[in-house]
Each structure stands twice: as C-alpha cells, then as structure tokens.
Design a protein around this ligand. Structure first.
Ligand code: IMP
Length: 440
C-alpha cells in the first residue's frame, strides 16, 4: 500500500495544501486525522473561490475519496456549509466520496464560547487561538464529556446528556470565566438537529474504509493540519493547538495500526512564520519581516491575521524531523526569498551563556535563548519560471544544500510558486515519483 503522510514541520501554514493537492490527484483516498476547522485553505474552481477547512481539497479529483478520521473534531454547521458551497460550484459531493467517522467528536456552540471567553480572561497571556472551540472540544474528549457525531442517531439519549452538559458548561462560562451569558440549550440542540438532517448519510467507519483500502493496495494521502511546533505534547506549550499534529497521530486519528504509513513528507517553508502568540526565536521584527509578509502573502487563511515572519530555524527543524520520522522535506515558497541580499539560517541557540543545539521546549525556556545564525549570499533572480534544479540560481541551490546538510534530511521537492508546474522534484524523490506515476 503506498501511503504518504504530509505533515507541517513548523508552526503551520507551510504550504501543505499544494503538496497534498499534487499527491491526491493520483490517490484513491485522502484522510484528515486531527484538528478541525482551525485549518483552512482557499480553492479556486472555475474562477470562483471557496474556502475549505474540513473537507479535503481532494474532493476536486473525481477518483479521490475523502475521509475524516475519528481524531478530527467536527463543527457540523461548518461541514454542512462546505458541502453546500462545493455543490453550488458543481462539485459532486456525496456520501460515496466523503465519509466522516462516526466516532469523531462534535464541536458544539459552548466549545466556541469557552474558547473565546478564556482568551478574553487571559488578556495579555492569551494563546491567540483561532476561536473555533478546538481546545475545549479536545478537553471534553479527554475528560469524557464529549459527544461523538454518531450519537445524533439516538436523539433521546443525546438530549438528556446535552441538557446536563449545557447546564455544566453554563456554570463554567458565567461563574469561572466571567462570561456575560451562557449558551441556550436551543442553540445547541438546533445544531444537533441540522447535523442529523444533513450529515447522517456521510457517517461511516473510516478505520474500516482505510484498512480495506490499504489491503487493496490503494494510494492513501494522510493530510496533516497545523504543524509540529503546534503539537499539543511536543510543540511550544502552552502556545500550541490541542491535538497531536505529528505523523504518528495518523494511527489514533484514523484507527489504523502503526504500519499504516509508508512515507513521511515533511513540509517546510524556506523561511518561518507563526500566527498567534508564543516564542519565535528567529522572528524578524524589522522591515524585512514586513517585506516577507507582504511578498509571501502571509495572512492567516482562517482568521486573516497577519503572520509573524522570521529566518529558517534548523534547530527546530531537527526536532521536527525526529518527531515525525521525516523521510524527506518539501521546501516551499523559495521564490519569496529572491531579492534578499543576505539570507540566514539559525543553526544553534545560546541559552544561559551556553551553546545548545537541541530545541528547548519547556515553557519559559525558549524565551531565554538567543539564536546563532549562519549567513548566505542571496539571489536576485525571479524563480517562478524555473522548471528544474539545475536552473535554480547557484546561491539558491547552496541555501537548499545547506538546509539539507544542517538538518540532516534530504530535500525531495522545492516549490517556487502556487502552480503545479512550479514544483521541482529531486533525485531523492523516488517514492513520491512512483506515487504519482503508478496506476492504482
Ligand atoms: P487553536 O488550534 O484554535 O486552539 O489555536 C492554537 C494555536 O494554534 C494558535 O496560535 C493558532 O494561531 C495556531 N493554529 C491553529 N491552527 C493553525 C493553522 O492551521 N495554521 C497556523 N496556526 C494555527
């Protein structure tokens, strides 16, 4: 079974969507395994734009079946509106092409209110969440207060349970978080009724579907959301999301065994960005940071917030490569660095007067480090028309070689623009070349 997991190796927004699209054009299945509608990408279909945050963009390829594993958290209204918008664009979305695991947890209105009230209460210490209820829903799952989407088949039992939960959540919202008001039961129940009215045919068992697909030898793309440095365990806690974002999350997120993944493709932007609060050692707080943001279009797809920009951090990348077991890297947005006189890579940190080459991830530690950089001459050529490695300017090649050498991982793909043809495959990309060449 050729299966590949595409994971972000930084703080998200590495350009995973483009590579996932590239690979799913040749795959029979694409699966989300964690996160929810905190992720997102924009699609242009026949000149019309639509935003997707739950339905994988693989839905555009008629032979690809899209599945959302039990590890994904589902806001039913968002899913319904994505399905409807795609259908309005003439895309065939039906239960044969889209399946949501019955065991996935539901994001309900109180999760969103709690997320927002908590951020308000934290004030300057806020996380900078997307405000979509992601933290509270994963908390409920762990605390055994969650609601699985499959529960909408038994409204009587669900109603009793939700009456209790709404009461509890309202006490928490108004007494602990000082929210001006709680949530009404009707608001929550309306969401359930809409979900039942529209989503029942889409529910299924993703674990069984993917297990069969793997046994048949179908090609499967596992699509990660967010990035390694946002991982709930190994990221820059507490400034992280609330799911495990690393490649290993495929197994509990889809209900598969540990051998389900053949190849781990790590996506890394040629520089670094972060949206939301939290430490960012290589952040550029000067004009260059602003320039990268503008040229790179670095604004959040979900919240439109400006992204903070900085230099490539090889110390953090080495950790990401280890945590994910990355087989090769795809470096994206190299074209954005054209015209910068000197480009830098952070190769080491200094902490408390000592040099360290391991990424410190205990809260407070990262704020105490000073990054140590190696500087390279930049290049002025526009890269967007380059179609092979050999046509890249020498300095751009040296920059990529240095990254690969310093982080100890081959680079298989370089992306130099949003179009499919602006994707360069290197010799190390044998697995990926076969993946997109083989007939399923
Ligand atoms: P949450 O996932 O909404 O709880 O947000 C927690 C942190 O993760 C915040 O810093 C968000 O900005 C960040 N985050 C969540 N999803 C994404 C994403 O898809 N790209 C980049 N950052 C994200």
């Amino acid at each position: 079974m050729p299966s590949v997991v595409v994971v972000g190796t930084q703080w998200g927004d590495e350009g995973k969507g483009k590579l996932v699209d590239y690979l799913t054009a040749h795959a029979e299945y694409v699966a989300r395994f964690q996160g929810g509608n905190n992720a997102g990408h924009t699609l242009v279909v026949g000149g019309l734009r639509t935003s997707l945050s739950l339905v994988p963009s693989g839905i555009l390829h008629p032979q690809t079946r899209c599945v959302l594993g039990a590890g994904v958290v589902i806001n039913p209204d968002v899913l319904i509106s994505e399905i409807e918008n795609l259908q309005k664009l003439g895309i065939d979305v039906n239960p044969k092409r889209l399946t949501v695991d019955r065991e996935a947890h539901l994001i309900l209105p109180y999760h969103i209110y709690i997320d927002q009230a908590r951020e308000d209460q934290k004030g300057p210490d806020r996380i900078g969440t997307t405000g979509r209820g992601i933290g509270p829903v994963y908390e409920d799952r762990a605390a055994r207060y969650g609601v699985k989407i499959g529960e909408i088949t038994d409204l009587e039992s669900l109603r009793k349970k939700l009456e209790r939960y709404v009461d509890l959540k309202n006490k928490y919202l108004t007494r602990v978080l000082d929210a001006p008001k709680g949530v009404s039961f009707e608001e929550v129940w309306d969401v359930i009724l809409r979900a039942r009215g529209r989503l029942l045919p889409y529910l299924g068992n993703v674990s069984i579907i993917l297990d069969k697909a793997c046994r048949r030898g179908n090609r499967v793309v596992f699509e990660g959301a967010q990035g390694t440095l946002l991982d709930a365990t190994f990221g820059t806690v507490p400034y992280v999301t609330s799911s495990n974002t690393i490649a290993g999350a495929v197994m509990p997120g889809c209900g598969l065994g540990v051998r389900a993944v053949d190849y781990v493709l790590g996506i890394a932007k040629a520089y670094l960005t972060r949206v939301g609060e939290g430490p960012f050692p290589t952040e550029l707080k000067d004009e260059l940071g602003v320039k990268l943001r503008e040229i790179g279009g670095e604004y959040g797809t979900v919240t439109r917030r400006p992204r903070r920009c900085g230099w490539f951090d090889a110390v953090a990348m080495r950790r990401a490569i280890r945590l994910n077991g990355v087989d090769s890297l795809a470096v994206t947005k190299l074209d954005i660095l054209s015209g910068i006189e000197k480009v830098k890579i952070c190769v080491k940190y200094e902490m408390d007067g000592k040099e360290i080459d391991e990424f410190p991830a205990i809260p407070g530690e990262l704020e105490r480090i000073t990054p140590q950089f190696v500087e390279f001459s930049g290049w002025t050529e526009d890269l967007t028309g380059v179609r092979s490695w050999y046509d890249l300017p020498v300095n751009a090649r040296l920059y990529l070689d240095a990254i690969s050498e310093i982080v100890g991982c081959p680079i298989s793909i370089v992306s130099i623009g949003p179009e499919r043809m602006q994707t360069l495959f290197f010799s190390g990309a044998k697995f990926l070349k076969n993946f997109i060449a083989e007939e399923g």
